[in-house]
Design a protein around this ligand. Sequence first.
Ligand code: UDP
Length: 251
Amino acid sequence: MTLPFLGPLLHEGKAKRVYATDHPDRVAVEFKDDATAFNAQKRASLAGKGEMNCRISALVFERLAARGVPTHYLGVEGPNWMVVRAVRIVPVEVVVRNIAAGSLCRQLPIEVGTRLDPPLLDLYYKDDALGDPLLTEARLERLGLLTSPQRQRLGELAFAINAELCALFAEADLELVDFKVELGFTGVGELVLADEISPDTCRLWDRRVSDASDRILDKDRFRQDLGGVVEAYGEVLKRVQGVCPEPRVYR
Ligand code: UDP
């Protein structure tokens, strides 16, 4: 499917393509079926994943916007297209952790499943060639990516997003273990939530299931070869649909 207002391809990432539109401040994002893990060393194509991530992200953005979180989201257009405000992405992966899992447990003596209260905010420099290294405050300052008030705003936004997402997913009987978001500056310098929020970027455990593998409803199913990836994403979509406003159609 192509959209009538589509301009040239601006950027192709691992899971999405970004196109110009006929509006200089707006871009169209196509969600792909491609799945990658371990810095793209593991790859697959999962039919239907792009569509589900687009729909889940749109539902989540609708709810966050309704709760006052500034986002780049403008609406959906067809099953796997989203139109968003053009932003300058901050090259920092913003990770919030409510329960210990993943790299945290590989790097520190913290057991998987340990509740983190208060939640932990980890910032990584977004650079595949460097393997997205963990940032310290001093390194962040040295890179000069953010002013001190912008750094403070990033933290406030990350925790506000976490609070809203925890409530949203809890209503859907899902445990938000951790997630990664990307933030960007709009043309007028406002810091907003960008990119996507989906089972590709969140760890979600099914509160209705106690088995440690069976409860996983996110990209860890792909990372750990657990199978049923698209089915798990479908379950997340179904539950999120029950607790979020219907995504608006862009036009
Ligand atoms: N994450 C992501 N993109 C990345 C790295 C991490 O979306 O490039 C997400 C990941 O899905 C998880 C959270 O960020 O929900 C924390 O990931 P972690 O640092 O534990 O790394 P991982 O175990 O995925 O290597």
